[in-house]
Ligand binder design. Sequence first.
Ligand code: AMP
Length: 602
Amino acid sequence: MSTFLELGLKEPISKALIDLGYEKPTLIQEKAIPQILSSEQDLKAFAQTGTGKTAAFSLPIIELIDEKDVNTQAIILSPTRELAVQIGNNIEEFSKYIPELKTVTVYGGANIEQQIKQLKKGAQIVIGTPGRTVDLIKRRALKLGNVKWLVLDEADEMLNMGFKEELDNVLEATPETKQTLLFSATFPKEVEAIASNYMNNPVEISSGQKNQGSDNVSHEYYLVTEKTRYPALKRVADVNPDIYAIVFCRTRRETQEIADFLIRDGYNADALHGDLSQAQRDSVMEKFRKKNIQMLVATDVAARGLDVDNLTHVINHKLPDQIENYNHRSGRTGRAGNTGVSIALITKKEKSKLFPIERILNKKFIHTSIPTGKEICEKQLFHLIDKVENTQVNESEIETFLPSIYEKLAGLTREELIQKFVSVEFNSFLSYYENAPDLNDLSSRENSRGISSNENMTRFFINLGRKDRLNPAKLMGLINEQNIGEKVEIGAIDILDTFSFFEIDKDFEDRTLECFEENRPDFNGRTVNVEITKTDRGGGGNRRRRGSSNNAGNGGFGAGRRRKEGATKVMSNKDREFGRRRSDSGKTRKAAEGFGRKRKRA
Ligand code: AMP
């Protein structure tokens, strides 16, 4: 393998790369850099994110650019603001020893006047999102008449996002003589059309086999029902205490809902999607980069700009509509020499969607069982033991307390002490999973039940079950006592061990919640809690909270996982370190599952 100097890059550039810790070029860099340096022929590169493609096109441009000429000589288009900013930052780092070289990054959602001012000062390299770039061309603030290089980065994604017209506009504003460099992870026909319409006899290079995923990623699928999809997601998180993952969803709404559920259930999670303001997106991404968030729930588009190399997992909560996107998703893990796992949660019906993906990947998905409660408990337990083993003891700090602690515990044997200490951390976890069903049994009533077939009905969760001696007649009596309205239709009723479901005419949805909240009924000494369930999730994770409850410690699904309104969303590092989380009231509450990222009793 060659060095960057051997590839033909000058000293100031290779010096900057050494500062960045780039020792050797990656495969795509080895192929693209000499090609662009030595030829003006257009270039079509098959390259995924994570292969080092940004440096592959930026470095030869920096090498060849005339820094004495202040005209814009290179325009780089990228699908998202985040990616554009990242490319801009990379180029500034690569060219830090070439002070005359200036870059400007332009994107929507930011002050255009400011960007115009920056452009007026002159920039040899401009990086932009398609929409804003076109705006600036139309305002004559961005002049592309002297452009020698046009880079289309993540061309497939730009077309997916509907930027075809903008690409056409930019391409038309640049001189015929320019060199076009097109980078794409996939080559659907729309990208091929751009290549054939706008490129002259391009050279093709690849960072591996076309469209093929990284060798460092293993692809697994878990069979779920609509009801077990969310509980299965939680189990994946619970069986991997150090998980650092992106959970991909198809829509903004699904993204926000899953993130809300995970947050409510005590995980270090947050959402990233286009409905958030730019400031919110920046803040979420920053937290994720710093690992203050372990699970980022994101749409395909929003996650594009995120530059994170060490993800342990990519989770497809639902498979993408376009199969090429699976490749983009799974390519987020297994980067920079790390290994990673890409998990698809699929129903039996969705299984056929795996075959075309396997063909593209040239790899088979491995069918993996959803972890059982026992497996999770075992994994978490040993994680805890490892943590204890590796904990540094600050002797000087605890010295003064030790004599009285020793005295208090003197009556316990070593074994008793270990058992008790493990139980302090573990009891709530064990009790949560004690009655948890095997999610792999798709035919079981518990796993398949739960979705209202009647769209005129709303399905409610109630925190009472057989153990509270609830039966359908008593539940109907309880509902009628709330005076929701005359002739309110009550639909299907499912009584389970510790909780139940019932359906009510959709028109009375809000009224039902209001009545239960106002009346705060009591059933055999327990405060009743009623919440709306969402149809595409199951288990205890599908409830919109309303009202109050005293059901903590009830065992089974839903037990002890309650979350006070207003509890802080993300744990601080310190909280995580101690495996606990405080509510605004300052009281700590028990977590039912998960160690590092769950609320616990102090
Ligand atoms: P990219 O595919 O351009 O998004 O790059 C993926 C990651 O690899 C980024 O974090 C880069 O900083 C890093 N990277 C790119 N080229 C190299 C290299 N030659 N050596 C080490 N890291 C690199």
